[in-house]
Write a new protein. Structure first.
Length: 132
């Protein structure tokens, strides 16, 4: 299925991208949300940019993690997703905390260096996040 944006949403995306280039982390996060279905790779780039601009942007962490779950099936991507969700939860993101709690994963994933000691989890996310 091919996705595209309506003209008014395309204008909004252009504005978000322009604001992101000017250093707005939340605009980059919003652009990522808009791009997820039409270009997931570019959406991840937007989330990364949001985190470069604000390393504590927990919405971008969580959105990128959920996108990894829905578009990647490699173990490393799932581990990265869990790491991001855990970090967002640790920084106080209530949605990330609820996500982990709902799945019985809260507190199970403790970083050990750069890797997590976790089982390979393949459950798909059941929540879709929108900017607040």
């Amino acid at each position: 299925m091919k996705y595209s944006l309506k003209p008014d949403r395309m204008q909004a995306l252009k504005r978000y991208l322009k604001s992101a280039k000017l250093g707005d982390s939340e605009a980059s996060n919003c652009a990522g949300l808009m791009l997820e279905k039409i270009n997931p790779v570019e959406a991840v780039d937007c989330y990364r940019r949001a985190l470069e601009l604000d390393a504590k942007n927990t919405d971008a962490m969580l959105n990128m993690a959920l996108l990894y779950y829905t578009t990647k099936d490699e173990k490393d991507q799932h581990e990265e997703a869990l790491r991001l969700i855990q970090k967002a939860s640790d920084l106080g993101n209530e949605k990330a905390h609820a996500y982990l709690e709902q799945r019985g994963l809260l507190g199970l994933y403790q970083p050990d260096g750069d890797r997590l000691h976790t089982p390979f989890v393949t459950t798909m996310p059941s929540i879709k996040l929108r900017p607040q």
